[in-house]
Write a protein that binds this ligand. Structure first.
Ligand code: GRF
Length: 190
């Protein structure tokens, strides 16, 4: 199985996945990392792991549809079977959803359906919930609304601030995403 990781930023989840795939001998590989941001740190991380990198700038295209058509062509040319979003800061459009039905997954830093959107960690912290967490889900046309695959809770202690909570969430993400990917890879192989 050939996996594409789509990311726009830091890429700590990509690194956790790449580490995992290096250690575990799975019938799958991270075949490429794609970013919509030329300077995204995830691209540097990918080079360290010897994973091929690709970049397309949405502003170079007439509209979102044209950008996604180019991205879809790239993914098809690279014979990608599964798309893994890891901090990819764009809504996936209809073209990609149709071409990859139930083959695009995302990780979100809250217990969905609570706190969807861009600031899942801060929104949960500001609300004052005592338990938040991490969700891995399939992508659909909405924002953070697709079918849930797995969730893990994270407690917010009285002494936590936003920084310590973010660190806790990321640590859980880095465990949960590889576990979920492994299950998906193993079930597709059967
Ligand atoms: C993660 O918190 C993920 O849940 C969210 O974006 C963040 C990406 O972090 N979708 P990183 O780029 O993997 O470090």
């Amino acid at each position: 199985m050939r996996i594409a990781v789509l990311a726009s930023g830091n890429g700590s989840n990509f690194a956790a996945l790449a580490d995992f795939f290096q250690k575990e001998k799975l019938p799958a590989e991270i075949a490429l990392v794609f970013s919509d941001k030329k300077d995204a740190f995830v691209l540097k991380r990918a080079e360290k792991f010897n994973v091929p990198t690709f970049h397309l700038a949405p502003k170079d295209f007439a509209d979102k549809k044209a950008y996604e058509t180019a991205l879809l062509a790239l993914l098809q040319r690279e014979k990608i079977d599964l798309i893994v979003l890891a901090g990819y800061m764009r809504i996936i459009g209809e073209g990609l959803l149709t071409a990859f039905p139930k083959k695009i997954i995302n990780i979100h830093p809250s217990l969905l359906p609570a706190f969807p959107g861009l600031h899942g960690i801060k929104d949960a912290y500001d609300y004052g919930v005592k338990v938040t967490g991490v969700t891995v889900h399939y992508i659909d046309a909405g924002v953070d609304t697709g079918p849930i695959i797995a969730q893990a809770p994270v407690s917010i202690a009285p002494e936590d601030d936003l920084t310590t909570l973010e660190a806790k969430i990321h640590q859980v993400e880095h465990q949960l995403y590889p576990e979920v990917l492994k299950k998906i890879v193993m079930s597709k192989g059967k």
